[in-house]
Every structure is written in structure tokens, then in C-alpha cells.
Ligand binder design. Sequence first.
Ligand code: KG4
Ligand code: ZN
Length: 338
Amino acid sequence: MAAHTIILGIESSCDDTSASISRDFEILSNVTANQSIHEQYGGVVPELASRSHQENIVPVVEAAIKKAGISISEIDAVAFTQGPGLLGSLVVGASFAKSFALARNIPLLAVHHMKAHILAHFINDSNKQKPPFPFLCLTVSGGHTQIVKVESASKMTVLGKTIDDAAGEAFDKSAKMLGLPYPGGPLIDKFSKLGDSTKFKFSKPRIQGLDFSFSGLKTSILYTIRDQVKLNSNFIEENKMDLCASIQSTIIQLLMEKIEKAVKETGITHVAIAGGVSANSGLREALEKKNEQDWTTYVPKFEFCTDNAAMIAIAGKFLINEKQFANQQVVAKARIDW
Ligand code: KG4
Ligand code: ZN
């Protein structure tokens, strides 16, 4: 391999088809095709997602290579998301990556999607400090909510996780109750900025240890809306901003309480966030405020919070360093251990 390692990263675990070219820990390009088709269904329809991945994968990879200003022959290895995710979606990326590696006779790297969200913190960025090992990472996405102890790029232990919905799901399902389109998380974030977060109080669960639960909150929001709409059919419209601000603030409180507990229990004060919900401005602010106390916090660049192939390419670079290569027998998996 040349002095520098050029990796093609492929991400297709949910509804975004993404391809990226990295040179060592630098991102040369990161191109994503979003699937707006799911908006009208209020969530991701797996069959439609895999169909769109098939249509998008070749143009997205071509665009990533072109944008990076390299030729195909310069690519040293291909990294893809093996899982967790929607199987029909993962299979498209996995099959593409296997064929690409076989045709070009280059190494294949099978990446764990959630580990990749965490490893996005190691993308070269002159404005950002990289977290030192060990650090804690709150990984919050549409499918996962976990507190992870990160001892190295390969040694990660889940200290706590959600026992029902993920934080992203809590945002999306609440948004749906307010009549907002999918994915509702970014819209709740936007409307929250204009609302009063103390206007509505929702019940918060008492879950032992470092685990999370969001299903009680969902019910509490549902009952509030149901009772108030009976009294005023325009309740949601008239209170949209305050409802969003109150929902967002409750979700953030639930997340922050547990990460604070994890810091106390482990004594680790380097704390990062990762995954789609780490794009949330309220969560980013809550974490950054902790910098003023005795924590050192790490918030990913906005474009590397939600699903992207740049994080897959970077995770691939770590796999090369550890000589963890996949072979042509590798298969996509909806569920994968840490
Ligand atoms: O990591 P991601 O792109 O996909 C999964 O691996 O699940 O996360 C998607 C989730 C969705 O639930 C979406 O609503 C949420 O991240 N999300 C947000 C924001 N941006 C994305 N939630 C709250 N505020 C945001 N700004
Ligand atoms: Zn994700």
C-alpha cells in the first residue's frame, strides 16, 4: 500500500445512501442521497429504502470519487456498513462493496455502524480536538441510545442502553403526534428555538442504573395532547413551539441525567456525543455547558452526526491499522454485537 491510504466508504444502513473518500484521517469527499419518499409514510419503509439504495449507490459512489479528485485506481480499500440496520438496505451496500473489492482486488473492511458514529470524532479537523482514550460516548440515533465506554478504536463497552425506544424515535414519534413529517427530530429542534420549554411538564421515568426509557414520555405527551385537544381543537397549532421546546428539553434532561451518572460512576470526564440526535442544538448546548465545569466534551461536526459514509471510511482506516480485513464470505447483519 502507498504511504497514504485511500479508502472508499459506503453507508446504506437505513434511508441514506452515502459514499465517501478518505485519505488517512482526512475526508476528501462525503456524498449522501437522502430518500424523501419516506416523509409521506411517517417513517422509513424498508422495501422502498432498499429499492432507492439500488438506484442511488452507483451515482453516489461516482460523485464521491469525482468530488475527491482521485481516480478509481487510487482506491486502496473499500469499507462498508455491515450492520446494525435494515437488512434489505445493508445488503445493497455490502454487495456493492464486495463486488468493488473483488473487481479491483483490494481489501474489504466490514464496519459496525454505531462504532463508526463514535469514530467520526477522529476525522481530521483543525478546529476540533480528538477525544483521548478512555472516554464516554452517548450514542443517540434513530435506532440506538447507549452510553459507551471507549477504551480504544476497537474496545468499546456498552454501559447502559434504552430498554424501549431510542432517543431519535422519541423525537420522531413525538413529532408525528404533533402532525410533523418524518424525520421529526430536526423540526422539533427548529421549533424549540421559538418556544418556552417550561410550558408543559411530561412524566419522566425512573429507570435503574445507566439504562434509558422513552416510552413513558411518549404516553405522557399523547395524553396531554388528547386531553387538551378535547378542550380546544386548535391546541396543537396554537402551542406547537412550546410543545416542541418542552418535549426536547425533557428528552435532553433524560439523556443528561444518565451521562452525568456515568461520569460519576466511572470517573471518566472526557465525554462525547455521536449519532443523528447529536445534531440537536439543545443537546449540543447542554453538553458544551459541561465544559465550564470539570468535563471536557466533544461534539461532532454537524455533517458527521447523521448517517454518513465519512465515518465508515474512518472506521475502515482503524480496521486496516488493526489488520482486521473481511473476506468475500462476509454478510450484512441487521443486529451485530459490540
Ligand atoms: O444516526 P442517524 O442519522 O440514523 C440512525 O442510525 O438511526 O439518526 C437519525 C435520527 C432520527 O431519529 C432523527 O430524527 C434524529 O436522528 N435527528 C435529530 C436531529 N437531527 C437528526 N433529532 C433531534 N434533533 C436534531 N437536530
Ligand atoms: Zn446512524
